[in-house]
Design a binder for this molecule. Structure first.
Ligand code: ZN
Length: 185
């Protein structure tokens, strides 16, 4: 891996990843910071157990669609395709060491990239900001919850005291009645 123009991390042949998922996440980040949309492409599977042995991640402007087959099998009218035959891609292969290694990397795109790296980073900053806002909101909600609980506890205490007082009053009334009965007799 190498840091190139404006600190975007660029894959290199030989770059290792812990898993296929890690390689995918890396290329996804890379595509975002560069301004293209990643496409998960073909993979090679083991004939023995169907495990994925190699995977290609590319640009969504790869390939040219001539016709699109519908689910029924009928050929639909060819649509205006967004694909421009872009060859940019990264090929990762499962290595005996257990890692996923970049075996091929094509950097060049044959079309303009949409997002400037700086804008991509700003989006990340915005995400960070949103997470921060949500964290604060959550903290406030927790505080509010605690305040409600306190009020509820205080109310419960009042109710308890009141019912205690009431039962004491009832007791004294009963006592009085008894005394009264006693006197009457
Ligand atoms: Zn491309």
């Amino acid at each position: 891996m190498a840091v190139e123009d404006d600190s975007t991390i660029v894959p290199r042949e030989g770059t290792e990843f812990e898993s296929e998922e890690a390689a995918k996440m890396f290329y996804d980040d890379y595509s975002r910071s560069l301004g293209f949309v990643m496409r998960v492409m073909s993979c090679r599977r083991s004939e023995r157990d169907g495990r994925v042995l190699a995977r290609r991640f590319g640009c969504n402007k790869e390939g040219r669609c001539v016709s699109v087959r519908g689910k029924s099998g009928s050929v639909r009218k060819p649509r205006q395709s967004t694909r421009e035959g872009c060859k940019a891609m990264v090929h990762v292969k499962y290595d005996r060491s257990g890692k996923w290694v970049v075996t091929k990397f094509v950097k060049e795109h044959n079309h303009p990239l949409v997002v400037e790296p700086r804008q991509a980073r700003q989006t990340l900053d915005e995400k960070d900001k949103r997470i921060q806002e949500l964290t604060i909101e959550l903290r406030n909600k927790k505080r509010l919850c605690a305040a409600y609980k306190e009020q509820l506890d205080a109310f419960a205490k009042i109710v308890e005291e009141y019912s205690n007082r009431m039962s004491k009053r009832v007791e004294s009334v009963v006592e009085n009645l008894k005394e009264f009965e006693h006197i009457e007799q």
